[in-house]
Each structure stands twice: as structure tokens, then as C-alpha cells.
Design a protein around this ligand. Structure first.
Ligand code: CU
Length: 90
């Protein structure tokens, strides 16, 4: 059986697109986050609920591994907590 993995691309351009990321529980997941312009204050993405903080260099996709162990909703935001998105594990 081949290994399953979920991967979702997120584009950052003044906000997060998509801003709601749905993942299935129990399947390893990563989000590939690419900041494509300098709109807003989105040079950093972080989440205390998912325990990550990552710089987003312009046009350089960053891979963030997301735990899907537990069903729930987990917020992430820009470094100044002004722009938000969330991961929904179900
Ligand atoms: Cu901000």
C-alpha cells in the first residue's frame, strides 16, 4: 500500500488563500505556504495551537508539517496576529 499524505498549497497575498484548510484526521499532512507579494504584514506565519513559527521569504514555498492526530480547529496567523486562517481536522 502506498503512503498517503495530504498536501495543501496556501498562497499569501494580503491574506491567506485558502484561509480555511480542511484535513482528514490521521493522515500525515503538510501545508506548502508561498508568499507572493509584499501586501500586508505576512512575513511570518505562526500558530501557538499547532506550535510552529515560520518566516515566509518572498516566492519561496515553505513546508509546514501539521499534526492530524486530533479532530479540531486550529488557528494560525501572521506574526502580529492581524491576519488569520485556520486548519480544520475532521
Ligand atoms: Cu500582521
Amino acid at each position: 500500500m502506498s503512503k498517503m499524505k495530504q498536501q495543501v498549497q496556501v498562497t499569501v497575498a494580503g491574506n491567506y488563500s485558502p484561509s480555511v484548510i480542511e484535513l482528514k484526521q490521521g493522515i500525515p499532512a503538510e501545508i506548502l505556504v508561498t508568499r507572493i507579494n509584499t501586501q500586508g504584514c505576512l512575513e511570518t506565519i505562526h500558530s501557538s495551537e499547532m506550535d510552529f513559527e515560520t518566516d515566509l521569504p518572498l516566492n519561496e514555498p515553505q513546508t509546514i508539517t501539521i499534526s492530524t492526530d486530533k479532530v479540531g480547529e486550529y488557528a494560525f496567523s501572521c506574526g502580529m496576529d492581524m491576519v488569520f486562517g485556520k486548519v480544520v481536522v475532521k
